[in-house]
Design a protein around this ligand. Sequence first.
Ligand code: UTP
Length: 274
Amino acid sequence: MEIKSAVIPVAGRGTRFHPVTKVVAKELLPLVDTPILHHIVLEAARAGIQRIVLITSKGKTSLEDYFDSDLDDDLLRKIDIISVRQGSPRGLGHAVLCARPIVGNEPFAVLLGDDVIDSEVSVTRQLIDASQRFDGSPVVGVMEVSEEDSCKYGIVGGKEIDKHTFLLDKLVEKPKPGTAPSNLAIPGRYILTPDIFPLLENATPTLNGEIQLTDALQALAKKRKMYAYQFTGKRFDAGDKFGYLEANLHYAMKRPEIRERAKKLILQMAKELE
Ligand code: UTP
């Protein structure tokens, strides 16, 4: 089945990016001159997604305004943007559950609003293709991380059944050092099926009151076959100060009008830092 909807949760507090996120949604911060969210919606559009469900919260209306503005991209102009409020930030799992009335009984993609991935083939497309190879099963996008970084992500465990494809038996959110089932982390791309919703609805919140998507996915993996696909692309955690800087430099190098000057500046700075 072709996937029509993509859920993009953008309702988080953005505490890693204080103070600016006290008044500006981090998803609106530019990579050179283009908001983070623009890149993410474009990835979904390039995958053939027709409808974006933005999960928003207080102070995020400028994101909706942005997509009302005159965008000079045909793909973006064609896509429908619907927003749903998450009254308070009760975790990523709860944010995804907020999309249920719009998504209904169909499979859907999830793209986190602060994870940018530059790739030749849209990563969402890579995951939809993987899901279709396995009868429309849920698929999470994964990438290799170092052992010391594994405690920052959801980590999967399973067996490799095909090139870059794993049948999952374990999904653990932020494992304690030395306990990660593998070095494959989920940075924020998913193809999900609607049977995730009752699991999210009945999930036990963590100590801080959040509903974790990874916990519901672990429960789903016990009920049906679920896969991870190691995508091809360069990923940036644009919700983190360093990741944001890295993403800005990466996209600056792709802009002919500033590339040479930016390169000179970086080389000059590197010399001065020696
Ligand atoms: P993050 O944990 O990276 O984002 O959540 P955050 O909570 O905004 O940022 P920090 O950690 O405080 O700096 C991943 C994604 O899930 C969304 C966020 O907006 C982000 O895109 N999210 C998270 C929600 O929509 N609702 C939530 O309750 C939590």
